[in-house]
Design a protein around this ligand. Structure first.
Ligand SMILES: NC(=O)c1ccc[n+]([C@@H]2O[C@H](COP(=O)([O-])OP(=O)(O)OC[C@H]3O[C@@H](n4cnc5c(N)ncnc54)[C@H](O)[C@@H]3O)[C@@H](O)[C@H]2O)c1
Ligand SMILES: O=C(O)C(=O)C[C@]1(C(=O)O)C=C[C@@H](O)C=C1
Length: 617
C-alpha cells in the first residue's frame, strides 16, 4: 500500500512518521518545496489530505487531475460539515476521520473519531494500525461530530483565547494560572484559519456561552446566588481526582537559569513519575480483578514484551536502559497485583494456558493467577534457579512415551531440587477449527510427546497427513487452518474454542498417565519416601552393579534407572535413579565410596495441593 501525505504540516508529518515507522511506503507532497518529496502524485493507493481546510478543494482538484489510480482518500479535517461535502463531490472513495490529537500526540492515549467509513481494504488496514497502537475509536455521523465538537473544541478554545487576552506574566503564579496559559499558548501556535472554522462551527454555542457569562457576572454580585450556583456546579462536576497531577507539570518552565531552579524542575518531574507509577498500579489492580474473573495469570509476558518493544522504539534515550526501568516498573506492578489476592508464591510451568502442565497446576493450586508460563523445561528450570518463580512443574515421565529426557538433562544442569510429584491422566483428542473429514486433514500439529502417544491412531486413521511438531500441545491451536488438525487435551480444546473430532486417541486406552516433578531452588532440605539422584561410576566391569547392590542389600526398590551421556567424554555416562526410600546420611556415605560423582536431586512424596496464597518465606 503506497501512501501519499498531501500537505506535510503538523498533522501530515505526524501521519507520515506513523506509517513510516510501521514500514509502509510513504511520501509527502507539499506546496512548500522544502517539505515536498514527489513531482508525480499519480501512483498512490492512499492519499491523506492534510492541507489546511481552506485548501482541501484545491487539493482534491489537483488529485483528480493527476491521479491514474483510484486512490482511497483520507479526510482528517476538524470540521466535517466543511470537508465531507467536498470529498463527496470529488467522487473518490474516502475515509473521514478526526484525530483528536495534535502533532505531539502519544497516539496510544488518543481518540480517533470515524465520521465516514469506507469498505475499501486500505481503510480497514489504516484503522487497524491505529487500534494496534491503542487509539480509542468512536463512530459519529457528520452532524453529530460537528455538534459535539462545537462544544468540546469551540467553547474550550474560546475560553482559552479570552484568557490569553487578559493574561499577564507577573513572575510568580498559581498552578491553574500557569496551566491555562500553557493551554492557550498551545492553541495559539496552530493555524488560525483552522481555529476560525472551528469557531464558525461553534457560533450558536458561543452565543449561548457569552449569555451565560453575562448572567453569571450579574448573579455573582449576590453572595447567596453565588453560593447556590457554586454548589450546583459542584454537584455537576465533582470528580477532581488526578487534577493535581495534571497541574503539577504546568510548573515546569523551560528557561531555568540557576541550579536551584533546575533541581526544582527535576523534583517536580520525580513527583509526577512517582504519582504516575502509583496511578499505573491502581489501574493494574483493576486489570488483576478482571484477570481473576477470567482465570488469567497475573503475569502475561506477551503483553509485557509488546509494550517494552514499543517503548524501546519511542525513546530517544538508550533503549536498553529505558527498557530496564520499565521492566522494574512492571515488577512493582505485578507484585502489587499478586498482593491483592495474597499470592505469596509463583509457579513456573510449560504453557500456554491449556497445556497438560497447566491442567496439573490448576489442580494443585486451584487458580491460574500465580502461574508463569514458559516454552520449555529448560526455561522453567532457569526461572526457578534464578528465583523468577518459587516453584516449577516439569513432566518427568509418561506411561507411553517414557522418560522426558529434556527434564533429566535440565535437572543435571540447574541448581534446583525435587520436593514433590503428582500425576495426571492424559486423554488426547483430535481437534480442528470446525468439523472436517479425516481424509481432508493435510497436517497434524502437536508436541512430539503427544504424537508419540497417538501413533497407532495416526497410522490407522490419518496415514496421509503430515505430522508437524509444535513446542506445546496447545501452541498447535494457534497454527491451525481449515485443512489441519491438532492433538491436545479436551481442556485445551475448550480453552481454544476448537471442535473435538475424536476423544481418547492415545495408544494405551486405560493408563496414559504423566508424572510431574515439583521443583524449587536447591535448599538441600527435602524429605519423602522417594529419593531421586544422579550418580556416575568408574568405566569398568561391575562398577554399576556394586552401587545397585547397596540398594538391593537394604531392600530399596528402584523405580527408575536411566543413563545419560555425561557430555564430558564420549562413552561416559551418568545414571539417574529413583529409589523407593528416604536415603539417610549413612546410605549416602556408602554411595559416595562407590561412585565418582553423585547428586541427590530430591526426596519427595506425591502431593495433591500447592498453596501459593498463604505460604510464607
Ligand atoms: N493541528 C491539529 O492539531 C489538527 C488536529 C486534527 C485535525 N487537523 C486537521 O489537519 C489538517 C491539517 O492541519 P495542520 O494543523 O497540519 O496544518 P498545517 O498548517 O500545520 O499544515 C498544512 C500543510 O499543508 C501545506 N499546504 C498548504 N496548502 C497546500 C496546497 N494547496 N497543496 C499542498 N500543500 C499545501 C502547508 O505548506 C503545510 O505544510 C486540517 O484539516 C486540520 O483541520 C489538525
Ligand atoms: O496488562 C496487564 O495485564 C497488566 O496487569 C499490566 C502489566 C504491566 O505492568 O504493564 C502487568 C502484568 C502483566 O504481565 C502485563 C502487564
Amino acid at each position: 500500500m503506497k501512501i501519499l501525505i498531501y500537505g506535510v504540516g503538523k498533522m501530515g508529518s505526524f501521519f507520515k512518521d506513523f506509517f513510516i515507522q510501521r514500514q509502509y511506503f510513504v511520501k509527502g507532497f507539499d506546496v512548500d518545496p522544502s517539505k515536498n518529496e514527489v513531482e508525480d502524485i499519480s501512483d498512490f493507493d492512499v492519499i491523506f489530505v492534510c492541507t489546511p481546510m481552506g485548501q482541501i478543494k484545491k487539493a482534491l482538484e489537483h488529485i483528480k487531475k493527476d491521479t491514474r489510480k483510484n486512490p482511497l482518500l483520507v479526510d482528517v479535517a476538524s470540521v466535517k460539515g466543511f470537508s465531507v461535502p467536498l470529498f463527496k463531490e470529488s467522487g473518490f472513495d474516502f475515509l473521514s476521520v478526526h484525530p483528536l490529537f495534535g502533532d505531539e500526540a502519544n497516539v496510544s492515549l488518543s481518540h480517533l473519531i470515524i465520521v465516514e467509513e469506507s469498505q475499501r481494504e486500505e481503510a480497514w488496514q489504516i484503522i487497524e494500525e491505529f487500534k494496534k497502537e491503542g487509539a480509542l475509536i468512536t463512530k459519529l455521523s457528520c452532524e453529530e461530530h460537528d455538534k459535539q465538537m462545537a462544544k468540546i473544541q469551540g467553547i474550550s478554545h474560546f475560553l482559552l483565547l479570552c484568557f490569553a487576552s487578559v493574561y499577564e506574566d507577573m513572575g510568580f503564579s498559581t498552578r491553574i494560572y500557569k496551566a491555562l496559559a500553557k493551554l492557550a499558548a498551545r492553541v495559539l501556535k496552530e493555524n488560525w484559519e483552522m481555529y476560525h472554522l472551528i469557531q464558525k462551527n461553534a457560533e450558536e454555542h458561543r452565543k449561548q456561552f457569552v449569555e451565560k457569562i453575562l448572567e453569571f457576572n450579574k448573579a455573582f454580585e449576590d453572595k447567596t446566588m453565588f453560593e447556590k450556583i457554586f454548589l450546583d456546579l459542584r454537584n455537576k462536576l465533582n470528580d477532581s481526582a488526578f487534577s493535581g497531577l495534571m497541574l503539577e507539570l504546568s510548573k515546569l518552565n523551560e528557561d531555568y537559569s540557576n541550579l536551584q531552579e533546575m533541581r526544582y524542575a527535576i523534583s517536580v518531574i520525580d513527583e509526577v513519575i512517582l504519582r504516575l507509577i502509583e496511578k499505573r498500579v491502581e489501574i493494574a489492580k483493576k486489570i488483576a480483578i478482571k484477570k481473576m474473573e477470567l482465570q488469567e495469570t497475573i503475569e502475561n509476558t506477551e503483553v509485557e514484551e509488546e509494550k517494552l518493544a514499543k517503548i524501546a522504539r519511542k525513546t530517544k534515550l538508550n533503549s536498553w536502559e529505558v527498557e530496564k526501568i520499565f521492566r522494574q516498573i512492571m515488577d512493582v506492578t505485578k507484585a502489587e497485583e499478586y498482593s491483592l489476592f495474597g499470592i505469596k508464591k509463583t509457579i513456573a510451568l510449560i504453557g500456554p494456558k491449556g497445556s497438560f502442565s497447566d491442567e496439573v497446576a490448576v489442580k494443585l493450586v486451584g487458580s491460574r493467577l500465580p502461574l508463569k508460563y514458559y516454552t520449555n523445561v529448560e526455561e522453567v528450570m532457569k526461572a526457578v534457579e534464578n528465583k523468577e518463580a518459587d516453584y516449577g512443574i516439569v513432566p518427568i515421565e509418561n506411561t507411553i512415551g517414557g522418560t522426558v529426557i529434556p527434564t533429566l538433562d535440565a535437572l543435571m544442569l540447574h541448581d534446583v531440587e525435587v520436593f514433590g510429584e503428582t500425576k495426571l491422566e492424559v486423554n488426547h483428542c483430535l481437534v480442528a477449527k470446525k468439523p472436517i473429514d479425516f481424509k481432508n486433514i493435510k497436517y497434524i500439529y502437536s508436541h512430539p510427546q503427544a504424537v508419540s502417544q497417538c501413533m497407532n491412531f495416526i497410522t490407522n486413521y490419518l496415514p496421509h497427513a503430515e505430522i508437524r511438531y509444535t513446542s506445546s500441545t496447545s501452541d498447535a491451536a494457534k497454527v491451525l487452518d481449515d485443512f489441519s488438525a491438532a492433538i491436545m487435551s479436551e481442556n485445551a480444546a475448550k480453552l481454544n474454542k476448537l471442535q473435538v473430532l475424536r476423544k481418547g486417541i492415545q495408544d494405551l486406552q486405560e493408563r496414559n498417565i504423566t508424572r510431574f516433578y515439583l521443583i524449587r531452588k536447591r535448599t538441600g532440605n527435602t524429605v519423602g519416601k522417594i529419593t531421586s539422584l544422579f550418580f556416575a561410576v568408574e568405566n569398568k566391569p561391575g562398577a554399576l552393579k556394586k552401587v545397585l547392590d547397596i540398594f538391593y542389600a537394604k531392600g530399596f526398590n528402584l523405580r527408575k534407572l536411566e543413563s545419560r551421556p555425561s557430555k564430558i567424554l564420549p562413552g561416559d555416562y551418568v545414571f539417574f535413579t529413583e529409589v523407593e526410600a528416604n536415603l539417610s546420611d549413612e546410605d549416602i556415605k556408602e554411595l559416595r565410596q562407590l561412585t565418582t560423582f553423585y547428586r541427590i536431586v530430591g526426596r519427595f512424596d506425591e502431593i495433591s495441593k500447592l498453596d501459593a496464597f498463604s505460604l510464607e518465606g
